[in-house]
Design a protein around this ligand. Sequence first.
Ligand SMILES: [Zn+2]
Length: 72
Amino acid sequence: MGDIFIRIIKLSTPGVTVLDADGNYNVYINEDLSEKERRKVADHELEHIKQDHFYSDKPVAECEREADTKSA
Ligand SMILES: [Zn+2]
């Protein structure tokens, strides 16, 4: 519970995080990205997890801004 799994897969977006029924975070990163871009996307997604955005009712735009500024 609360574990983080990062997987590189085919995706139509740079990255996405899915909270599963066990409370684990599944971070998916687009395999078409460069190593550097993958790292940036992973940092962004991990920041969402760190900030508890998955358990927050903050507006999405605000979460995106927080994840971008704090992972930059
Ligand atoms: Zn985001």
